[in-house]
Ligand binder design. Sequence first.
Ligand SMILES: Nc1ncnc2c1ncn2[C@@H]1O[C@H](COP(=O)(O)OP(=O)(O)O)[C@@H](O)[C@H]1O
Ligand SMILES: [Mg+2]
Length: 295
Amino acid sequence: MMDQAEKLRKIVSEQLEQDTRQTRNSRVITITSGKGGVGKTNFTANLAIQLQRANKKVVIIDADLGLANIEVVFGIVPQFNLSDVIYGRKTITEVMTPGPLGINFISGGSGIQDIINLNNNQFSNFINNLNQLDQFADIILIDTGAGLTDSVLNFSKAADEIILVTTPEPTSVTDAYSLIKVLCKNGLTQNIKVLVNRVDDEDEGIEIFNKLYRVSKKFLNIEINELGCIPYDRALVKSVKLQEPVCISFPNSEVSRAFRKISYKITEYSADETTNSGFTSFVKRFMNIFDRNNY
Ligand SMILES: Nc1ncnc2c1ncn2[C@@H]1O[C@H](COP(=O)(O)OP(=O)(O)O)[C@@H](O)[C@H]1O
Ligand SMILES: [Mg+2]
């Protein structure tokens, strides 16, 4: 009798353990910008490093259709990309490339565009693969291209949060505002976090954020969130040449400390917010968007 009860308890507890493991939901954060060259890719790579140092498991998806960026910053050339998953040649785990400190990254390649052309079988195979990512990451960072493209919009719609990167340059700020406007028109009024990169000092960062905050409030009636700022630092420029994230090459530089501060802020957000819906929901939302675009 006791034996039986013991056995049952064991089965239930194993089941529970498995359930918790399976329902571990990753936070999906899309990194985007109005204008190109503002520092998105370096931000993504270094944020990943600092989050990983804070014991968060990070997977990066490089979804910039034009340029393979993350691999350049990491100095690692991946063998496969999302296309291989889409056409069933590889599983998602096989296209994950190990980067520094145990970060995994996935190169989008032409895969992002190919999604539209899949037949039902290929499609469900692809989705099954993507869903597995939830088990590998606490946080999934998606580095997108710049501008008001469908791809940027789709990734933003599907993600839990959007980080919008701008610099203090007027053209970059104007383009950031245009993107906020488009996001807003698409119902994405919450969870837009603004990061001001390449500032001279913190005051400049605050000033630029306040400007964007005021116009968004006045003309769009939305409140954007302040993620903070990252200084202009030659250490970062040097690290780009070394093809190594600055947080690894120069961990004590001003810019690396700023990345660490932002990573803390992001983990704090995750403690307050319960909006985390995991990669599975990301995939669902993503696919809904494609359906709608298709028909
Ligand atoms: N905080 C910074 N300090 C100094 N230079 C920077 C900084 N952020 C970006 N840069 C410069 O801008 C270039 C473009 O950055 P990148 O991350 O590739 O932008 P994006 O992905 O938005 O196109 C980098 O190669 C680097 O020279
Ligand atoms: Mg880039």
